[in-house]
Design a protein around this ligand. Sequence first.
Ligand SMILES: Cc1cc2nc3c(=O)[nH]c(=O)nc-3n(C[C@H](O)[C@H](O)[C@H](O)COP(=O)(O)OP(=O)(O)OC[C@H]3O[C@@H](n4cnc5c(N)ncnc54)[C@H](O)[C@@H]3O)c2cc1C
Length: 216
Amino acid sequence: MPIDSDAYQELEAVVGPENISQDPAILDTYSCHATIVGIPRQGLGLGPWWERAGAVILPGSTEEVSEIVKICNYYRIKYKAHSTGQFPGAFAQGENTLTIDLRRMNRIIEINQDHMYALVEPYVTQGELFIECIKKGLAPHMIDAGSSISPLASVTSVAGQGDSAITRGYNERNALAVEWVLPSGEIVRLGSPDTPNAGWFSGDGPGPSLLGIMRG
Ligand SMILES: Cc1cc2nc3c(=O)[nH]c(=O)nc-3n(C[C@H](O)[C@H](O)[C@H](O)COP(=O)(O)OP(=O)(O)OC[C@H]3O[C@@H](n4cnc5c(N)ncnc54)[C@H](O)[C@@H]3O)c2cc1C
């Protein structure tokens, strides 16, 4: 079932027509993986091609992501967060899936030398972050998947292993605090940033516990 046309219009109103597409040529760029063989799509054999999404949308802020998720819930559309797309977990599950491409949210907001943390948006790559941290005398953990992946995708959704984890921690343990759009579309902050002026230094309080709710 393709994405409902009323839903598409509502999604377009959130991000503008230049930040949403149903063009098959564009959608296929989100469903091809160089090294991991995909689920065979109808008419194609086993190979690099995975399922094609019904549409791709490029939000510019957390608030826009929240609006998008609420529309998806109302119209019963599946959605997938897509950072740099190296891991097929980000790929669509059929044409009633909306790919949420986070590439417009690409700022390093803060590198805090005193507390040794970085506050980043989803599309910052670990290569970019490493370069900016080195300038401040800090060397963050790099997973072994190459410089182009998103550290935020790694700390929230994939294990985050790599050689430097021995001294700098696995990414599944490295998240300190997050701003999270829940499946309901609500925005929550886990860890210290939920407390006014506390900063982003701790996942386990003051504020809702990242350890208890997300990380385990
Ligand atoms: C050849 C190869 C080598 C790899 N080597 C390693 C390795 O050494 N160590 C390792 O840890 N991993 C490895 N991986 C797995 C994967 O590429 C990485 O874990 C990487 O972190 C994925 O980042 P990404 O930006 O490409 O995320 P994406 O592929 O865009 O997304 C990955 C998952 O996170 C979700 N996601 C993305 N962004 C967000 C967000 N902002 N909020 C919530 N969920 C989100 C997606 O829906 C998806 O399920 C490897 C993969 C390949 C193909």
